[in-house]
Ligand binder design. Structure first.
Ligand SMILES: [Zn+2]
Length: 176
């Protein structure tokens, strides 16, 4: 087998794995939505196995740091019994914010795979790029666009529903 073919096979396998783990992150995002939290889900994978999971719980926990990535990495740290996530991959349904991108650098995670871009606060290239900042002591491999349509539809449907709910609450208050 030529090396180009081998490379194509490896890429295909990686693609299938990325989709499989993003599927799980998507389920976690749906779980966030069922709690009326912004639907974002994340998993940390090491050696082909999920070692940490999280979904957004900022409102529930009264904790602005309780983002999906943060919770997944905390769980992975416990499981690994280590504060470094060397050779791990984080899958998340939305481009990480600056806080979570900073966490990825601190954790020395190897790779980030995310679904939807976040033009407003994305720190993996959309607004700023903390993950490939040459002045920082760690750079992260990044892949985006895996299940992007599904994950961004989930988010936009959530915000649309919330706007409608706010509007009708306002209307009810006016009439009441
Ligand atoms: Zn975040």
């Amino acid at each position: 087998m030529s090396s180009t073919k081998e490379l194509a096979v490896i890429e295909k396998q990686q693609d299938e794995l990325d989709n499989k783990f993003m599927q799980r992150a998507y389920q976690l995002a749906q779980q966030a939505e069922s709690h009326d939290e912004i639907p974002v889900g994340a998993v940390v994978v090491f050696d082909g196995e999920i070692i940490g999971e999280g979904f957004n719980q900022s409102i529930m926990l009264n904790d602005p740091s309780a983002h999906a990535e943060m919770l997944a990495i905390r769980q992975a740290g416990q499981k690994l019994d280590n504060y470094r996530m060397l050779d791990c991959t984080l899958y998340v349904t939305l481009e990480p914010c600056p806080m979570c991108a900073g966490l990825l650098v601190h954790s020395r995670i190897k790779r980030l795979v995310y679904a939807a871009k976040d033009a407003k606060t994305g720190a993996a290239g959309s607004l700023i790029d903390l993950l490939n900042h040459q002045e920082l002591n760690h750079q992260v491999e990044v892949r985006d666009g895996v299940m992007a349509n599904e994950c961004s539809s989930l988010l936009s449907a959530f915000f649309k529903r919330r706007r409608a709910e706010k509007k009708s609450a306002k209307k009810a208050a006016k009439e009441g």
